[in-house]
Design a protein around this ligand. Structure first.
Ligand code: TMP
Length: 211
């Protein structure tokens, strides 16, 4: 595989979307390889349809293991149809969330267990791992408040509707992952302004783009 696989992770409201918009322009200007920009849950037609099921507040009764399995199923399709072919062609891939999200949201915050979530995801992705993960760190309450105030017309999805304690666990889960694999993560303080978050990320990521 020649392309570089970069993921962006963080609790809800960390500011991934804005950062990604700016990162895409910066990476494309720096690196001549095509850049495939994608997201999870979703990223392929089947996975986007699974995303609808996962996020609609109509399914507040969804069992945590069902949730984890649906996420892994969508991820499998996303990897097979989009991520792996792109990397094999030599394209770079930038994904808004990947396996780490399942480990922390389902494994840690839902309490299914980190090891079991790692296992079903290893079945789904067959060893595919990001080369680099940008983690936007923000206090759970700050993140949730940002979502509420950002776009009052947009209704919150099923996972955003979870309480602060759930999102505290999400953040705790990320911190555990970072301790396990410090070399993979670039940790950014996302309580800074959008501009500062981008500038710091770019300064730290630029030199790590595989040439
Ligand atoms: P988004 O807001 O980044 O689009 O993600 C939608 C929600 O899905 C967000 O609350 C995080 C959650 N999620 C999981 O719980 N597990 C996962 O594996 C993924 C990819 C997302």
């Amino acid at each position: 595989m020649k392309g570089m696989f970069i993921t962006v992770e963080g609790p809800d409201g960390a500011g991934k979307t804005n950062l990604i918009k700016r990162l895409v322009k910066a990476i494309e200007a720096e690196d001549t390889r095509p850049l495939v920009v994608t997201r999870e849950p979703g990223g392929s037609q089947i996975a986007e349809e699974i995303r609808e099921i996962l996020l609609t507040p109509r399914h507040m009764n969804m069992d945590p293991r069902t949730e984890a399995l649906l996420l892994a199923a969508g991820r499998r399709q996303h990897v097979v149809e989009k991520i792996r072919p792109a990397l094999e062609r030599g394209d770079n891939v930038l994904s808004d969330r990947f396996v780490d999200s399942s480990i922390v949201y389902q494994g840690q915050a839902r309490g299914i267990g980190i090891d079991v979530v790692k296992e079903i995801n290893s079945f789904a992705v067959e060893g595919l791992k990001p080369d680099l993960t940008i983690y936007l760190d923000v206090d759970a309450e700050v993140g949730l408040n940002r979502i509420k105030h950002k776009d009052s017309n947009r209704s919150q999805d099923r996972l955003e509707l979870e309480k602060v304690a759930f999102h505290d666990e999400v953040r705790k889960g990320y911190h555990t992952l970072i301790e396990e694999e410090p070399e993979r993560f670039v940790v950014i303080d996302a309580s800074q302004s959008e501009e500062d978050v981008f500038q710091e990320t770019w300064r730290r990521v630029k030199d790590r783009l595989i040439k």
